[in-house]
Design a protein around this ligand. Structure first.
Ligand code: ACO
Ligand code: KIV
Length: 565
């Protein structure tokens, strides 16, 4: 690495535009979208798409609402040529969709392009040549006038070819390729020269497409270039001003957004940003950024997993797990405080109110993603995530202090394994911790109630493998059973808290009971899960006592008195 890059790299020359308007504007409308997946995206693939993959991509783009689709560079490859012919001949292009094709400004290529388009109902012919000083010098070996001449001759050939195929409704598009590195006055001059050939009108516009062929500045620099261009180009009202941002500095989306504020009415990009080098601008992110501002994106991006699957199949490239809106992990929180806030946010969110769930800029359901995948547990997680998963997947609503206690068990396991714990793992840990039995086993019990409701409960227990029949008395069954266990253990057992609820659907619901008892160093929980509530409660007491015995913390009388939380 060169630690003094000044001599090697030149900074972007700021645009002189002191009264720039874009910084205070707000985007309230989606632009016209043009997908270039089948052209710019395709030309950047390790293995360009075959017919089947192109057809799948085209069908997806149409289904999701793209009205302008660049379907290839038909003069460059037979596959592209044949694909354009197939679209036209087999009538695959819906009425409201216009296909677009790219061509260099060279006669033979333009003629072949029109051959590919023969019989199309409507088509955009996209002509380009590079315009930056370095490309003028090293690619063309021409001065400004020479490069304008390439563009003008190309535009004339396009016009002549179009006139020879009057059955098609033609739209012309010109791109001063490498626009971001081109002097602005020259970009305007060459576009004016092309439009002088095409003679657009407000009723019959041309598309002037400004490519950030290579992204060379911060997004505000691009916005300045677009606004400056829009103010200086001739016949602005006869032009659809379009942008085609790439992502070399990782700012493609931001650059497109600011360019829209600066006057761009149309955006060319691809699904998830596939394209040359670091990619084209990601249309999915752009559109969903608008959506989350309350603006109709005019694309259907629901069922986003289908978009990902088809894009991955067609491009043979993966979508990153952290890709905005679409990545596998973007609706997942591992960290404890995020999980806690998301869980509370979901609980507080009303269906008819504005979306306000912390850490989630969009409702996952809008993209066909489910809430279940939102919270996942590893060593960075807290009680909230653990509680959420057990509640969602097993119908178990842990009391708050039990959440804290069980989260420590989970934390130990997650630290030891270093891996993620799914809800099945949590359930296994939960069962092992609270439902697995211990020193005391309850074999059976019978209870009797006297006239005043007092309970006499006889229980058969196995204590350390020795069977015992013990009887306890209490105001209720749980109370009486506690008395039984006091005799079995010789300890004072004090109940600090008791709760139960049904787990599972309707008539199949099982009862879950939670019992918290005083222990030498605080409290200990026990859990019971049974078809009937009383047995669940009795099992919960056994579970708590077994856990306290295992920890050597069963309370003495004095501990029990002090343990009230
Ligand atoms: C930024 C972009 O994404 S632009 C799109 C780029 N996409 C592609 O290039 C994919 C498809 N391209 C191809 O298959 C080929 O490049 C073809 C078929 C178009 C042309 O192939 P070839 O003529 O064999 O070669 P090549 O592309 O190297 O052509 C270079 C010549 O075209 C000229 N040229 C390059 N771009 C343009 C242009 N837009 N308009 C006019 N002439 C151009 C160059 O000056 C060079 O001229 P020279 O041969 O006199 O030096
Ligand atoms: C042809 C143009 C629009 C292009 O693909 C680019 O500059 O990236």
């Amino acid at each position: 690495m060169n630690f003094d890059p000044q001599g090697k790299y030149r900074p972007f020359e700021p645009v002189d535009l002191p009264d720039r308007q874009w910084p205070t504007r707000v985007c309230r409308e989606a632009p016209v979208w043009c997908s270039v997946d089948l052209r710019d995206g395709n030309q950047a693939l390790i293995e360009p798409m075959n017919h089947d993959r192109k057809a799948r991509m085209f069908a997806l783009l149409v289904r999701r609402g793209f009205k302008e689709i660049e379907v290839g560079f038909p003069a460059a490859s037979q596959t592209d040529f044949d694909f354009v012919r197939w679209l036209i001949e087999s009538d695959r292009i819906p009425e409201d969709v216009t296909i677009q094709v790219l061509t260099q400004a060279r006669d033979a290529l333009i003629e072949r392009t029109f051959e590919a388009l023969r019989g199309a109902r409507r088509a955009i012919v996209h002509l380009y040549n590079s315009t930056s000083p370095v490309q003028r010098r090293v690619v063309f070996g021409l001065d400004r006038a020479g490069v304008i001449d390439i563009a003008v001759r190309g535009a004339e050939r396009v016009r002549v070819c179009a006139e020879a195929q009057p059955e098609t409704d033609w739209v012309f598009q010109y791109s001063p390729e490498s626009f971001t590195a081109t002097e602005l006055d020259f970009a305007v001059e060459i576009c004016d020269a092309v439009n002088a050939v095409w003679r657009p009108t407000p009723a019959r516009k041309t598309i002037i497409n400004l490519p950030a062929t290579v992204e060379v500045s911060t997004p505000n620099g691009f916005a300045d270039q677009v606004e400056w261009f829009g103010r200086h180009v001739r016949d602005r009202d006869a032009i659809v001003l379009s942008v085609h941002p790439h992502n070399d500095r990782g700012c493609g989306v931001a650059a497109a957004e600011l360019a829209m504020l600066a006057g761009a009415e149309r955006v060319e990009g691809t699904l998830f940003g596939n394209g040359e080098r670091t990619g084209n601008v990601d249309v999915v992110t752009l559109a969903l950024n608008l959506y989350t501002q309350g603006v109709d994106p005019r694309l259907d991006l629901g069922e986003i997993n289908e978009l990902v699957r088809v894009a991955e199949y067609c491009n043979q490239l993966p979508v990153h797990p952290r890709h905005p809106y679409a990545g596998e992990l973007v609706f997942t929180a591992f960290s404890g405080s995020h999980q806690d806030a998301i869980r509370k946010g979901f609980a507080a969110q009303r269906a008819d109110a504005a979306w306000e769930v912390p850490y989630l800029p969009i409702d996952p359901a809008d993209l066909g993603r489910s809430y279940e995948a939102v919270i996942r547990v590893n060593s960075q997680s807290g009680k909230g995530g653990v509680a959420y998963l057990l509640e969602q997947d097993y119908g178990i609503s842990l009391p708050r202090r039990l959440q804290i206690e069980f989260a420590r068990v989970v934390q130990r396991e997650a630290d030891a394994s270093g891996a993620e714990l799914g809800s099945a793992d949590l359930w296994r840990l939960f069962q092992a911790e609270y439902l697995a039995g211990g020193t005391i086993e309850l074999r059976g019990y019978r209870e009797q109630r006297d006239d005043r409701g007092a309970v006499r409960l006889s229980a058969t227990l196995s204590v350390d493998g020795r069977e015992r029949l013990l009887t306890g008395h209490g105001k209720g069954s749980v109370d009486a059973y506690v008395h039984v266990l006091e005799q079995a253990t010789g300890a004072a057992i004090r109940l600090v808290d008791y709760r139960e609820h049904g787990a599972g659907p309707g008539a199949d619901a099982r009862a879950v009971a939670y019992v918290e008892i005083a222990a030498a160093d605080g409290t200990v929980f026990g859990v019971g899960l049974h078809d009937d509530v009383l047995s669940a409660s009795i099992d919960a007491v056994t579970s708590a006592v077994n856990r306290a015995l295992a920890a050597g913390s069963l309370a003495t009388d004095a501990d029990a008195r002090d343990a009230a939380p």
